[in-house]
Design a protein around this ligand. Structure first.
Ligand SMILES: C[S@@+](CC[C@H](N)C(=O)[O-])C[C@H]1O[C@@H](n2cnc3c(N)ncnc32)[C@H](O)[C@@H]1O
Length: 467
């Protein structure tokens, strides 16, 4: 089917964007524009789609005039069905001129085919996270997006989060600071009520045992911290290449490296701690490993201290242990030459972008504008940090795996490790990165060469001097 690829309606889309942003959804994470939907041999393009992870929740159509409401509905409906013919996207929002009309899919048991009924509630109420989760809970569970318990926790956390003062980053930081104060920081004398509600929910849960649903709900709540709050390159999110790794990518990598009890696992750019959290869950579910034994073997490094503490808090919730019982989570610049190099497993989604100048170790001279150099250095560091025979799972841009500039790096890599699998990931999974990403799975060779010059050897020609 040939379908015109039209630009989203330029007068109406800003209104949609404003509504979604005010409701706390994060552009590029929770909603995307001009989403391609494959339909048989053809392609359709939705003006915008609201997601939960990679599960589409709502198709949004923008039309220039109120008179196009009906056409907009037909288009949105077609796209919702094209996404998932067996279980179509449950919510439609047609924004036509100044008008809005939302539609909800009717429960499939009662009729053949798919029927959408108009909802007489404006989008700012229907799309409010609480109302949204309640109206499409059954769909989310069918899609495996989140368990019922996780959804309930999200609702509770979000209700309080929404009432916190400050922008989305400041709210995230308030939550993390309340859970695990920054080193040297004095705990505030009085906590605002909503913050108290969040900490009470989270801390009381650690006393009642392992709770991965709550840990995932906290990770969900912290999404805005991984999205730039301002435009342009001069903001910490872009500078640190900080973006969330989708849970389905994390699962793929963790399943592939298959952590065993007593193995040490490192994520050298741990962010929310997603890879370590999934490792912990798998060890409990598959091997009944005790939370304490798991905690003793998990290592998470991140340059950003809020991320380290967030990862620590998520793991503590997941494992049902005190935050302080995770001894190896640390604020660290992983560009530094490693001081230890014997991890059984190294898994990570390295930062993307240009390496910030102030982060470079003293004696480095890097042409910092080389694309993918950040990821290249992390790849070398990950290989250095694994023990001989250890498994390595990384998310890397294809430029690194196929581009001419990194030929020497790949040569070095196959001398150091057996590359077991390269899995190409769909483009839409990482909305902020123009690069196509892949998961690469390796096993470090037992005869791999050690030594401080490894980075230079790997990146010879790309960099001129490193320690
Ligand atoms: C792509 S994110 C990882 C996201 C993580 N996998 C998750 O889903 O939560 C990359 C992380 O690397 C961190 N980072 C950037 N530069 C770093 C450095 N030099 N050393 C350690 N961590 C760094 C960022 O703060 C960010 O949290």
């Amino acid at each position: 089917m040939a379908v015109r690829r039209s630009k989203p309606e330029s007068r109406v889309m800003p209104r949609v964007r404003r509504t979604l942003t005010e409701l706390g959804y994060v552009e590029g994470v929770d909603f995307l524009y001009e989403v391609e939907i494959r339909y048989g041999t053809g392609r359709l393009y939705a003006d915008a789609v609201l997601y939960d992870g990679d599960v589409p929740l709502a198709v949004i159509e923008a039309e220039g005039h109120a008179s196009a409401l009906r056409t907009g509905f037909e288009e949105a409906r077609l796209k919702a069905v094209a996404f998932h013919p067996e279980d179509p996207v449950p919510l439609l929002w047609v924004a036509a001129g100044k008008q809005n009309q939302c539609y909800l899919a009717q429960s499939p048991e009662h009729q053949l085919g798919v029927r959408y009924a108009p909802v007489e509630v404006p989008p700012e109420r229907l799309f409010h996270p609480d109302a949204l989760l309640a109206s499409i809970q059954a769909y989310l569970q069918r899609q495996g997006a989140a368990s019922g318990a996780e959804l309930r926790y999200r609702e509770q956390l979000y209700q309080a989060f929404h009432q916190l003062a400050g922008d989305a980053h400041q709210r995230c930081q308030q939550v993390v600071n309340a859970l695990t104060p920054a080193p040297g920081a004095k705990p505030p004398r009085r906590q605002p009520k909503p913050l108290k509600a969040i900490t009470q929910l989270l801390t009381s849960a650690t006393r009642s045992g392992s709770n991965f649903e709550l840990a995932y709900a906290l990770r969900w709540l912290m999404r805005p911290y991984f999205r730039p709050a301002t435009k342009g390159k001069q903001n910490p999110v872009r500078q640190l290449g900080r973006y969330l790794t989708p849970m389905e990518v994390i699962r793929l990598v963790v399943d592939a490296v298959d952590p065993q009890p007593n193995e040490t696992v490192l994520d050298l750019a741990c962010g929310t701690g997603g890879f370590l959290l999934q490792t912990a869950r798998r060890l409990i579910e598959r091997h009944s490993t005790s939370p304490q034994a798991i905690a003793a073997n998990l290592y998470g490094y991140d340059y950003d201290s809020t991320c380290v503490r967030l990862a620590q808090a998520s793991l503590a919730l997941g494992l049902g242990i005190e935050f302080s019982n995770l001894p190896h989570m640390r604020q660290w610049n992983s560009l530094q030459p490693p001081s230890a190099d014997a991890f059984d497993i190294v898994i990570s989604n390295p930062p993307a972008g240009e390496i910030p100048q102030e982060m470079l170790p003293e004696n480095w001279e890097l042409p910092i504008a080389v694309p993918n150099l950040y990821e290249a250095v992390f790849l070398v560091r990950a290989v250095q940090l694994a023990r001989a025979g250890g498994r390595i799972g990384l998310i890397l841009p294809e430029g690194l795996l196929a581009g001419a500039r990194f030929r020497r790096l790949r040569q070095w890599l196959v001398e150091q490790a057996h590359v077991r699998k390269v899995i190409s990931l769909p483009r839409r999974l990482f909305p902020f990165t123009p690069s196509k990403m892949s998961a690469i799975l390796m096993e470090k060779r037992s005869d791999s060469s050690r030594g401080r010059g490894a980075l230079f050897a790997a990146l010879e020609g790309t960099i001129s001097a490193v320690g």
